[in-house]
Design a protein around this ligand. Structure first.
Ligand SMILES: Nc1ncnc2c1ncn2[C@@H]1O[C@H](COP(=O)(O)OP(=O)(O)O)[C@@H](O)[C@H]1O
Ligand SMILES: [Mg+2]
Length: 345
């Protein structure tokens, strides 16, 4: 008995540490509330005021914006600058999980609910007690789960998969999407009632190309961080900054961050030059071609198309669906072309 008690004590201490650890990690990620959101464009200043207000309410907030604009960062800021910052912040990616998994993740399940459910597990909506659940890419949620989520929010109760009992919950819901939800509602792909529930407060983060004045600030913010991490001071040449300012950034701040990270990895000297940037960026209209003689290299259309497609996918971290949308081609066309390229190689 004594041994068992000791063991249980150790297990419970371990679990407590683990959850504290997770909470601390989430806190560090968001550093100083919305102090970690960089940008002084007027649209961003407006956003900060809304975040500050939203942080002190408990209503759901719908965060809109293209991929990479900082939706998750904003959600964290809302949570960590509010009164329940010591409670959990739990992100759930509705876009990357299979539907049955989202259901058991959100609502939990009881032992024997399905094959493999060897023991009961609490749902994230219950685990987040007193804190926030962040439903990322909520537009991807299947319709039957939309109904269950709506009921959970309205009745503040959930029923774990395979259970007959309801559990009351107390969480704040933040949701984000890069889809046009109103259009999805009109097309019947997203429930109108859930849309209204989530959209009590809404805020839209502008695309990076709509606030180009933030590009230099963001760039020095990321370079500072990269310099610190790499133990080597990194700066950007004037021409390189010009190229960054002229580029359209379909992948927004995430793309800028990745681009600088790659540039730092490939550059040996302290200064990043135009030629260290991905070709899609230094050949953006408005920037001088890197060879400086005013004459860009002429490429066949098919090759240009191939480079554009592959670059876009790379900049979006492999997100082919978004790439197809941004390039204005169908996803089947994109997949067909990719197949052609790989067979040519
Ligand atoms: N305004 C900003 N200031 C600093 N970093 C930002 C900003 N916006 C986005 N980021 C960074 O860009 C990356 C993508 O942000 P994220 O919140 O995941 O975007 P989204 O969820 O909209 O796709 C993250 O590493 C995030 O820290
Ligand atoms: Mg995201």
């Amino acid at each position: 008995m004594e041994e068992l008690r000791l063991l249980l004590d150790r297990v419970s201490a371990h679990l407590k540490l683990k959850s504290e650890n997770r909470m601390l990690r989430e806190k560090i990620k968001s550093k100083h509330g919305f102090g970690s959101i960089v940008g002084r464009a007027p649209e961003m200043e407006k956003l900060y005021r809304i975040i500050a207000k939203a942080a002190h309410s408990s209503h759901p907030v719908l965060i809109l914006g293209e991929s990479g604009t900082g939706k998750e960062l904003v959600a964290r800021s809302i949570h960590f600058s509010g009164p329940y910052r010591d409670k959990p912040f739990i992100p759930v990616d509705c876009g990357s999980l299979v539907p049955t998994l989202i259901e058991s993740e959100l609502f939990g399940y009881v032992k024997g609910a399905f094959t493999g459910a060897v023991q009961s597990r609490d749902g994230l909506l219950a685990i987040a007690e007193g804190g926030t659940v962040f439903l990322d890419e909520v537009g991807e949620l299947p319709v039957d789960l939309q109904a269950k989520l709506l009921r959970a929010i309205q009745e503040r109760e959930i029923r774990p998969v395979g259970s007959t009992k309801r559990i009351s919950i107390n969480v704040r819901i933040l949701a984000a999407t890069n889809r046009d939800l109103e259009q999805a509602v009109a097309q019947g792909a997203f429930r109108r009632d859930l849309y209204f529930r989530l959209n009590v407060l809404s805020l839209r983060i502008p695309a990076l190309r709509e606030r180009r004045q933030d590009i230099p600030t963001l760039t020095s913010h990321f370079l500072e961080r990269l310099s610190r991490a790499g133990g080597q001071e990194r700066t950007l040449s004037d021409d390189a900054l010009k190229a960054l300012l002229a580029y359209d950034w379909p992948g927004n701040v995430r793309e800028l961050e990745n681009c600088l990270e790659r540039a730092c990895a490939f550059t040996t000297g302290p200064m990043i030059q135009v030629s260290d940037l991905p070709s899609a960026i230094h050949s953006a209209p408005g920037t001088a071609p890197p060879n400086g003689d005013g004459q860009a290299k002429i490429l066949p259309m098919a090759e240009l198309e191939r480079q554009t497609i592959l670059n876009t996918i790379a900049q979006l971290n492999g997100d082919k669906l978004t790439a197809a949308r941004l390039l204005g081609i169908g996803k089947t066309t994109l997949y067909r072309k990719l197949k052609e390229y790989s067979s040519q190689a």
